[in-house]
Design a protein around this ligand. Structure first.
Ligand SMILES: Cc1cc2nc3c(=O)[nH]c(=O)nc-3n(C[C@H](O)[C@H](O)[C@H](O)COP(=O)(O)OP(=O)(O)OC[C@H]3O[C@@H](n4cnc5c(N)ncnc54)[C@H](O)[C@@H]3O)c2cc1C
Length: 254
């Protein structure tokens, strides 16, 4: 259980950032992951009052506040309309409705979980992270970095793309044993693999959307997989080409 000595509802991002520079402080978003961690912190910093829970549409991109819940993404007509329903498909298997009503996109990507459906889809879609201090950083770069004490404010998803996702779970509501996402923009396809079980990676960038099953199989082979209680390495190696082919096919359908 997480124990916080004081709870501060930040009234500006600068205030939240300043408070978060101490190791004894922690940003609290949906608190769905944090509440299960065994830790004691002096200061919990709540970002709820900063208006970061909106999905905004720009001419070239969707800009999603870090406190937007997974359920908002899953149910957003604008997002699902623009991207062929990929968010509904990717996020609806995560735990349950009440959970997704609380867990946030910021908590998901900031944590760089090795089982993340969310990061896998955003990675394929070429999303970037807007950090209060550092500014905009491509998710591809952010994914490789160690967590620091900056604050994620928004996630930017470029428009004009089609995306697809496919995952496998050992039982409904469990975390995925493997997830693949593909996105096609300007005639070029990105493919991401997550729950390897390790941080999601881009398996292919800017390849033809018309790759054959054999070519997708080669791409899948070049990704590093491991084993855990959900699936062995060999299982993931066998399933990855199939999920990749399904994600790529879903891009073509929408
Ligand atoms: C039982 C369980 C099952 C899950 N299953 C899945 C699954 O199948 N697929 C999947 O993709 N995910 C899954 N998740 C992850 C989940 O979707 C959320 O990502 C997770 O709970 C964190 O979101 P949160 O908003 O609750 O963040 P919190 O728990 O509040 O925070 C998580 C971490 O992120 C930091 N943080 C949060 N927001 C910011 C910010 N804006 N800036 C900087 N740091 C920030 C916090 O300090 C903390 O370290 C699961 C989680 C749990 C607990």
């Amino acid at each position: 259980m997480a124990i916080y000595q004081e709870y501060i509802m930040a009234s500006t991002l600068d205030e939240a950032y300043a408070l978060n520079q101490k190791k004894s402080a922690v940003i609290v978003a949906g608190n769905m992951w944090l509440r299960m961690c065994k830790m004691r912190k002096k200061t919990a910093i709540d970002l709820s009052a900063l208006g970061l829970d909106k999905i905004e549409e720009r001419e070239d991109a969707f800009v999603i506040g870090a406190m937007t819940t997974l359920r908002q993404l899953e149910k957003s007509e604008a997002l699902n309309g623009a991207f062929g329903g990929v968010f509904e498909k990717a996020l609806s298997p995560i735990v349950g409705t009440q959970f997704r009503n609380t867990a946030t996109v910021g908590g998901s990507v900031y944590s760089r979980f090795g089982f993340s459906d969310v990061s896998t889809v955003l990675l394929a879609m070429g999303a970037s992270m807007v950090l209060h201090k550092r500014g905009e950083v491509p998710l591809e770069v952010f994914q490789q970095e160690k967590p620091d004490r900056d604050i994620l404010t928004h996630v930017v998803i470029p428009k004009g793309q089609r995306a697809g996702v496919a995952s496998v779970r050992m039982s409904e509501t469990d975390i995925p044993a493997l997830v693949c996402a593909a996105a096609v923009r300007d005639g070029k396809m990105n493919i991401a693999v997550g729950a390897r079980p390790a941080r999601a990676v881009l398996a292919a960038k800017g390849v033809s959307p018309d790759l054959t099953a054999a070519e997708l199989g080669e791409i899948a082979q070049n990704v590093m997989y491991g084993g855990n209680m959900r699936a062995g390495k060999a299982y993931r190696e066998r399933v990855a080409p199939v999920l990749m082919a399904r994600a790529a096919a879903a891009c073509r359908e929408v």
